[in-house]
Write a protein that binds this ligand. Sequence first.
Ligand code: ASP
Length: 421
Amino acid sequence: MPTEKNNADMNLNTQILIAAILGLAFGFLLTMYPDTAFVKHSLYGLGILSSVFIGLLKMLLVPLIFSSIVVGVSNLQAGGQLGPVWKITFLCCLTTTTLALILGISCAHLFEVGRGIDISIFQTSMQNYQAPDSLNPASFFTNFIQNTLINPFKAFSDGNVLAVVVFALFVGVALVQGGERFKSIRLLSHQFFEMMMLLVGWVMKLAPLGIFALLAKLMATEDISVLSRLAEFAVVVTGTTIFHGAVVLPLLLWIFGRMSPWTFFKGTRTALITAFATSSSSATMPLSMKCAQENLGVRPQTAGFVIPLGTQLNMDGTALYEAAAALFVANLVGLDLNLTQQIIVCLTAMIASLGAPGIPSAGMVTMIMVLQSVGLPAEAIAILLPIDRLLDTVRTVVNVQGDMMISVVVDRYTKDKDISA
Ligand code: ASP
C-alpha cells in the first residue's frame, strides 16, 4: 500500500527528472543567444543556485562519512560481521573494476579509437598545456600514505575524505573493543548520524533546483563542438560506460543481489541523476546512502560502511575511461601497446581509480599516471581535457551506481550472518 512518504519520494523523483530535462533545454536555449545580457545574468543566477546545492552537499559530506563509517563499523563489528562485509566488499570492487577495465580495453581495440586522426588539429591545445610533474605509481603510493595517515582534524578541515575514512575505521573498531566503557560515545555517534541523515533529507528537497541549474550551466558553457572532433572516442567511451552500467552491473546485481534492475534503477534515480549533474560521487554520496537504505532496503550498517568506502575506492566508470583513453592516446601517437603494456595500463588505471577523489575531472589528473606508466606523453591529456567535463557525467553515474549495487550484494550475503539482531 503506498504510504505518504513513498508518494513524497515519487514526487521528488519526478521533479528531479523534469528539472534535469528542463535544465538541459534551458542550457541549450542559452547557447542560441551568446554574449547577451540575458545569458550573462542567467549564468550568474545558475552559478549561484548550483553553488548553493553543491555547497550544502559538501557541507554534509565529511561529518556524514565520518559518522556513517563509525556507526557502520561498530554495528558490524558488534554483530561479528565486519570481516565478511569487508571481504565481500573488496571482492565485489575488484570484480566490477576488473570487468570495467577489460570492457574499456576491448572496446577501444574493437573500434580502434584514435587511429587515423590527424594529430595536428590538436596542436593548439597541446601548446596551451603545461606538463605536470612526473607522477608514477611509486611516488603515487608515497603521496597516498602521506596524505592518508594524518592529523584527523586537519583531514576534517581540508575535506580529505580518504584520511577521514581511515580514521573513522579505527574509531569504529575501537568503540566496539572498548565495549561498555564507550557506550555513550556509541550512542552519540548513532544520534549524530541520524541527525546528518535528516539534514540530507532537507538538502534533497533542493535537488530539483540544483540539478536544473547544474545541467543548464553545463550545457550552456561546455563547448559541444569540440565533441564532434573527438566524436568517435566520446561515443565509444560513453557507449561502453553505459553498457557497463546498463548491462554488466545490473546482471551482476540480478545474479548476486537477487534484485531486478527495474527495482534498482527506480530506487536510485535521484542519486544517479545527481551524479550526472554534479559529476561528483562525493557530492552525491549523501543521496546514494539515503537511496540504498530507504529504497533498496540495504541495512544502515551495511550502507554506512560500503557506500562511503566505495565512493572513495570503487570507480568503475573512471577505471574504464582511463584504460580506453590510454589506448586512444597510444593510437593517436601511433604506438602499438603490447599485452604486457596493456596489463600495466589496466593495473595502473585500477590504482588511479582508487586514488581519484570523487570530484569533477579527478580522473583526468590520475590519468597522467596511467599514460606515464607505459611511456605515453602526459601532454596528451590536453586533447582529452576539452571533452572531459562531458564524459565525466556518465562515468560518475556508473561510479555511484557501482557503490549502491555493491551495498545490495554485500547486504544480501551478510544478512544471515547477523548475530547482533
Ligand atoms: N568525477 C568522478 C567521480 O566523482 C571521478 C572522475 O573524474 O572520474 O566519481
